[in-house]
Design a protein around this ligand. Sequence first.
Ligand code: 5RP
Length: 293
Amino acid sequence: MADLDGVKDNKEFHTGVPQETAGFFLKGSSHYDWGLKNRLARIFDPKSGNTVMLAFDHGYFQGPTTGLERVDLSIVPLIPWADTLMLTRGVLRSLIPPASRPSLVLRASGGPSILKELSNEEIALDIEDAVRLNAAALAVQVFIGGEHETKSIHNLTRLVDQGLRHGIATLAVTAVGKDMVRDAKYFRLATRICAELGAQYVKTYYVEEGFDTVTSCCPVPIVIAGGKKLPELDALTMAWNAIRQGANGVDMGRNIFQSEAPAAMIQAVRAVVHGGETPARAFELYNTLKNQG
Ligand code: 5RP
């Protein structure tokens, strides 16, 4: 029987208070649908607007990369400090505890190994599986100027279409071929093409000269790849410079998992990306945590 006795009846309609329509914190993302925004808000922290993505998908074309020989031993202990894990579905299912809190960006392109032409990728994931695995975004390599440029762009646009049907974001990863110059002019071209063709965010490399021009003319958020292993202070300085020049975070792999103290390093990176710490103070934190073991 319905519980109708003693029902509280002093309703308050707040008629004089206009309903606020909250904006969305992320660059270029205000007009997306609810599910897509919610997934992006699980990648980018709504407080800082930034993300620390832990990238360990390298095995999809280069096998057991140094530091990733045993993901269960090297990466799983770092999970608590990542906002997002960027990985393959194979490693996810085999090695990552399903109770993990970070959101997931799944590697969705692949094909050639390091022994072949890398730009010759295909889409390597069905959107249904991405939904099943609760992915927040799909990552696809885009080879602007590469041998299979058009094919990689087509992979991007197909994933964007499939992702939009399900509210899953697409991360375009700008891959630079061996013969290409890594400068601001190239990255403006590559990142802008990815955004124009529908990527909800773009991963690119930091460049010393003119990185702020890359972020300023890309209408969606940019995150930087860590790239090859640098001394910890240099990697923290790169992250700090990138954030100051308009990046919304890092998608960092080797500079974390190849560090002498990976747990200390990811916490130091967080201090820069979310806490606005200077490289010097973040490096101090790294050393303190490293010495604590
Ligand atoms: C592979 C990738 C990697 O995830 C990416 O390069 C990030 O890792 P790192 O910081 O080691 O460069 O996208 O193409």
